[in-house]
Design a protein around this ligand. Structure first.
Ligand SMILES: Nc1ncnc2c1ncn2[C@@H]1O[C@H](COP(=O)(O)OP(=O)(O)O)[C@@H](O)[C@H]1O
Ligand SMILES: N[C@@H](CCOP(=O)(O)O)C(=O)O
Length: 356
């Protein structure tokens, strides 16, 4: 194989946007980058496990493993490679990760890592036949809700859905994650072929987004693991709460595509009763923050919701971003929580730029 170098760039995401639990995702302008070189003739990295050297800078640099059998991005790439009978990375693969996405904050850091990992497997494996739609199948074998990963892969403001599968394919999709991404084997290759995804598990549709609308992310300093934020959700819901969300989800994509934006309509369309009320047990002040920020009392504001599984708060607005962020930061301060904040914009999906 000839030497090659390329950059994979994947946007972070804000999932749900209020009522769209496990359905709606928005790709935002903060990007995980993988700077990859594959250089077969050199010898410097030949002894790295699975032929892959990882270096890392940015969010999580003190905690993310640089072992390719443990690191989420390279484990996912290996899953794609092993489904195509390639047991390791090509000789002398170097992946330099640049990650500005804070971990465990509801901005899709793990989903973005999975999306970038699948793309890494495709590129280093020379698997050019894998379309974006097929990559989505691989992603959904790992991250089993399509909203955040759909946004990171395809970009923009998306609605995502899973197609009904045959009973055999359903069984394959439900295979435990530990069989898709096996536990590290200490460098020993068991030779097992992982389960390949069924074709056409997940789909997406792009919604319009009014250019005036920006996303203000208020990011608390503490983490809420998504798995934990899903455990607090009930198995069943009162019918009225489901109807409440259905009424709002029918409005949301239209309301956010209209220019000029209608603040009252958007504020209403961003209400939720299916996940936010339950997650307040993990996020002190959540309900009060969402209820205290209104379009009547805050010029420029369009609506407020939890970003993904939290704890980040997403405020959609057309102006006065700093004032909006300050008000929400103050509310968190009442619970002794400090925050940072950023103004983000809708972003394009995952790209690969070849430099050699
Ligand atoms: N760039 C990355 N490289 C490797 N692992 C990552 C990366 N980003 C996230 N992760 C993994 O995902 C975990 C966070 O996932 P999760 O709880 O779903 O939160 P989030 O809402 O940020 O996606 C991190 O603790 C880490 O294990
Ligand atoms: N629909 C999911 C989205 C999780 O997004 P993340 O950014 O927190 O990983 C959920 O709400 O659990």
């Amino acid at each position: 194989m000839a030497s090659q170098s390329f950059v994979i760039r994947s946007p972070c995401s804000s999932a749900n946007i209020g009522p769209g639990f496990d359905v709606i995702g928005l790709a935002l302008s903060m990007f995980l980058e993988l700077h990859v070189t594959v250089d077969p003739p050199a010898s410097s990295t030949e002894n790295y496990p699975l032929n892959c050297k990882i270096t890392y800078e940015g969010e999580g640099e003190d905690e993310i493993s640089l072992d390719p059998e443990v690191n989420l991005i390279t484990r996912v790439a290996l899953y794609v490679l092993r489904c195509h009978d390639q047991r390791a990375f090509p000789k002398n693969t170097h992946v330099h990760v640049k990650n500005p996405i804070p971990l465990g904050r509801g901005l899709g850091s793990s989903g973005t890592a999975v999306v970038a990992g699948v793309m890494l497997g495709k590129e280093v494996g020379g698997l050019h036949h894998l379309t974006m739609e097929r990559l989505f199948d691989f992603i959904l074998m790992i991250e089993r809700h399509p909203d955040n990963v759909g946004a990171s892969l395809f970009g923009g403001f998306v609605g995502t859905y899973l197609k009904p599968l045959t009973p055999e394919d359903t069984a394959r999709v439900e295979i435990p994650l530990s069989e898709v991404l096996p536990a590290p084997q200490g460098g020993v290759d068991t030779g097992d072929r992982p389960p390949e995804p069924p074709v056409g598990i997940g789909h997406h549709i792009k919604f319009p987004w009014a250019g005036e609308i920006k996303a203000v992310a208020i990011i608390p300093e503490f983490e809420v693991p998504t798995a934990k934020a899903r455990q607090v959700l009930p198995a069943e819901y009162p019918r009225n709460d489901v109807t409440f969300n259905l009424q709002r989800i029918a409005l949301l994509p239209v309301a956010l595509g209209q220019s000029p934006p209608d603040p009252e309509l958007i504020y209403l369309a961003m209400q939720d009763k299916l996940h936010q009320p339950y997650r307040q047990t993990l996020i002190p002040g959540l309900t009060e923050i969402v209820e205290s920020m209104t379009t009547a009392t805050q010029p420029g504001l369009l609506g407020v919701c939890l970003s993904g599984a939290g704890p980040t708060i997403l405020a959609l607005a057309t102006s006065n971003f700093e004032e909006i962020a300050s008000r929400i930061i103050k509310k968190f301060e009442e619970n002794k929580i400090t925050c940072s904040w950023k103004v983000l914009e809708p972003a394009e999906g995952t790209t690969v730029v070849r430099t050699k």
